[in-house]
Design a protein around this ligand. Structure first.
Ligand SMILES: Nc1nc2c(ncn2[C@@H]2O[C@H](COP(=O)(O)OP(=O)(O)O)[C@@H](O)[C@H]2O)c(=O)[nH]1
Ligand SMILES: [Mg+2]
Length: 494
């Protein structure tokens, strides 16, 4: 997998070998080669360009990590950028706690839909669900037979109708009804594909989509077809609002272009990958592992992680000292937030904290980074003098800061109040024993200050908006969209 891109990226990184440090000159030269490597891998042009711009910016802005050579540091930055390019991903299949969930599979002919239906059914069965397959591809005579064989292998029922006297929409409707009657928990619809995206195919899929309202619409894409796969993904997503992509045949993909571009071009993440013909050859897609595989430099990556961690620890220690001396300013606070952000997305950090994992789901579409960025924005709008002496911020300064950062004056006030409370606590803490420190920390986190997501989570918990309501909201959104489209059509006819 990915041999060719791994090789050409390796060559690109060698541009930094022997360099004393990262400079604008060698980074530009190296990035030209990275771009070349990406284009050869069949990554979409815009995606490659945006990617190297972003790496360049980070590389120039990043502190020099003493223990690393420039080449190693660049690999680390590219690794992180690759992860951001392909993620974040949720592997959830939105399966309801009760009743029957419907997964609709679509994709071009030969992309691996039928095989992947079998793989998903296998996976679901392993997880203790009872899957049910529906043969809705009436295009190819052998397709129904193929799904029946796969169903027998998995050990799950397959619904089919005589293709002469039926149509795909009817098969899906009847199939879902049959699955419900049989008490199956998950129905997987194997729909028809065409050799190319065409209107007939899209209309048929839209009909099925509106009739059975699937919980998940997944697109199956053949990784070996590179940018074509990405373009078809875009077309399918425009017509159907996909929930995820399953990228197949990665076992034969040496270039990696589709894996790298799908998310950036369509906004839809890859949830699973197919890595072989057998029914157990389905894996969850993990951007970090994929980025590691593409770079093929496990040792350098772990070195980079370690150096980063040490750097963070050094910086944290320095700040702790300032805190204890009562010298902790808003500027230090801002630096600290940047450090936190560098550790990864707030969601990922929360997932690593015991007991917080469940809260991540409750966040829904909320964006704790947004809250951090807002605080950062407010501090950015202060002068250095203000950051170091917040007590001089009077009404007119406060209004200026609020205008500059696009928030209400009340938000500035709240930040100042929270900060002064925190600074006092921090200073007090340095003279305390461990037990009192912990008690104090708890006070801070409960207040939602050191944990900007908390307030949001609490709000959500209070309003009881869980995953089930999210489904309802999604259905409602779809319905509204459809109504609007219908109304438009009606108007046009008049
Ligand atoms: N190597 C490999 N082959 C696959 C994978 N997924 C599907 N295939 C093969 O691709 C071909 C087409 O698959 P099929 O499921 O019939 O595609 P459909 O037309 O979209 O239903 C078959 O020969 C499959 O065995 C995969 O992940 N790796
Ligand atoms: Mg098929």
């Amino acid at each position: 997998m990915f041999e060719s891109i791994t090789q050409s990226l390796g060559k690109a990184f060698s541009a930094f070998r022997g360099a004393g440090k990262i400079t604008e000159g060698n980074i530009r030269e190296g990035m030209q080669q990275v771009r070349q490597a990406l284009l050869e891998a069949d990554v979409a042009y815009d995606v490659a360009q945006t990617f190297i711009n972003s790496v360049t910016q980070k590389a120039i802005g990043e502190e020099v990590l003493k223990s690393l050579r420039p080449e190693q540091q660049i690999v680390g930055i590219v690794h992180q950028e690759l992860i951001d390019l392909m993620g974040p991903v949720s592997h959830s299949l939105a399966i309801r706690r009760e009743g029957t969930s419907v997964i609709m599979m679509c994709g071009l002919q030969g992309s691996g839909k039928t095989t992947t239906c079998g793989k998903l059914a296998t996976r679901l069965k392993e997880q203790g669900y009872s899957p049910f397959l529906v043969a809705a591809d009436l295009q190819r005579p052998a397709a129904i037979e193929q799904l029946k064989i796969i169903g027998a292998q998995v050990g799950c029922p397959v619904y089919s109708e005589d293709p002469q006297n039926s149509n795909p929409v009817q098969v899906c409707r009847n199939g879902v009804a049959a699955a419900k009657r049989s008490g199956a928990q998950v129905v997987i619809l194997d729909t028809a594909g065409r050799l190319h995206v065409d209107d007939g195919l899209m209309r048929e899929l839209q009909q099925i989509d509106s009739l059975v309202a699937p919980d998940q619409a997944l697109l199956v894409c053949d990784a070996m077809t590179g940018q074509d796969a990405v373009n078809s993904a875009k077309a399918f997503n425009d017509a159907l609002e996909l929930d995820g992509v399953i990228l197949t045949k990665l076992d034969g993909d040496t270039r990696g272009g589709a894996a790298l571009s799908v998310k950036a071009v369509t906004g839809v993440p890859i949830k699973f990958i197919g890595v072989g013909e057998q029914l157990d050859r389905l894996e969850e897609f993990h951007p970090d592992r994929m980025a590691g595989r593409i770079l093929g430099m496990g040792d350098i990556l772990s070195l980079y992680e370690k150096a980063k961690k040490e750097f963070n620890e050094e910086e944290m220690l320095r700040q702790q000292e300032r805190m204890q001396k009562g010298k902790f300013t808003l500027d230090d606070f801002r630096n600290q937030m940047r450090q936190i952000k560098k550790l990864g997305s707030m969601r990922d950090i929360m997932k690593m904290i015991p007991g917080m994992g469940a809260m991540v789901d409750q966040l829904g579409d909320m964006n704790p980074e947004g809250e951090l960025s807002r605080i950062e924005g407010i501090i950015d709008s202060m002068t250095m003098h203000e950051r170091q002496n917040p007590e001089i911020i009077d009404r007119s300064r406060r209004n200026r800061i609020a205008r500059g950062s696009g928030v209400d004056a009340a938000d500035v006030n709240k930040l100042l109040k929270d900060f002064s409370m925190m600074a006092k606590m921090m200073q007090g803490m340095s003279n305390m024993g461990l037990r009192d420190r912990l008690r104090m920390m708890k006070g801070l986190t409960d207040g939602g200050f050191l944990n900007p997501g908390a307030e949001i989570v609490e709000k959500k918990l209070r309003s009881g908006r869980g995953p089930a309501d999210k489904d309802a909201a999604r259905d409602k959104k779809k319905k509204q969209k459809k109504e609007a489209a219908k109304a438009k059509k009606r108007n046009r006819r008049r």
